[in-house]
Design a protein around this ligand. Sequence first.
Ligand SMILES: *Cc1c(COP(=O)(O)O)cnc(C)c1O
Length: 369
Amino acid sequence: MKVPYNYLPMQFSDLDEIFDEWKRLILSTEFTLGPYVEKFENEFAKFIGAKHVISTNNGTDALILALKACGVGPGDEVISVPTTFYASIGAIATVGAKPVFVDIDSRYQINHAQIEQVITKNTKAILPVYWGGAAPEMKKIMQIASKYDLRVIEDACMAPGGHVFERHSGTYGDISAWSMHPLKPLNVMGDGGMVSTDDDEVAAWMRMYRNHGMVDRDHNNIWGVNMRLQPLQAIVASKILMTVDKTVAIRNKNAQVLDSGLKKLSKYVRVPDRLQGYKETFSLYMASFDRRDELLKFLNASGIEAKIHYKVPLHLQKAASNLGYREGDFPIAEKYAREIMTIPVHQYLSEEQLTYVLEMVKKFYKATE
Ligand SMILES: *Cc1c(COP(=O)(O)O)cnc(C)c1O
């Protein structure tokens, strides 16, 4: 049996509606910003319950835009984690600031209890990541931020459709950054991203900076960049946004099946805690496995496209060599990198496919008993 990781062929099997809208756009020739982009920004703002949403060309630029808007630059330190996608940390380095790591917890999220220990007079912001689509303990992080007067930029790239208590994920910090990369819970046919905030002034600045710092065609208030979302993608984004709640609900159901099956193998497999009041998006379904590399090979050979996100924690990457970290500095992140595996959990999997995954994992461990 095949259990594919990529769901895009299924998701985009019916293109008529998108093609119709694309045709309308192409004939209008409004190829930069314009009504489709504005429409999507308003829809996403309503969806997450934020006052302002400004779309961008991708999630990485959304992070850079958010950091810039908080005034983060050379001489500043930003606290984040070594267990994330490169872009969270790359964005910090790109604005000229220094990334400072703390370890993760057993749910693979930033360990909030370690944040205070690394705050210095240069600390400007905390950048928690919704890793895999689960959520950091945002209420505790916001308390620390307010005690030390730090900005909070949420990397919510994997978080559309998630909730933390009564609020949508990515609505706790000063600014949140979102991605619409093809493999995120809200995706387009290429690249796209957003920043969100409730702060009017910060929103106005980001809107301006994203588009060359222009107030209008004849006036330039600040030196900016071009981080605009393509209207072609805004059309896709509006359409997919309507399906996000359903996608996340199915992924949660699939994750429950995997959770309960894998918990029966607790001698070999550790499933992260699912906190009360948290709704994860399962952008990635991850658990920790004994003899991970062998199991991965076995599953791949059995037609199951399991993957690893990722094998090397960021503090041990060559790119981080100037930060002065070494092996042993973040034991949980390092253990995670050795044990973690991502299993397909997407909305097009059948019950049979999920059962097959669990059977194959069981077969692998039972064969060696
Ligand atoms: C995908 C992702 C990014 C980068 O988003 P792009 O749209 O690919 O630039 C950043 N952080 C996290 C946690 C992500 O998952």
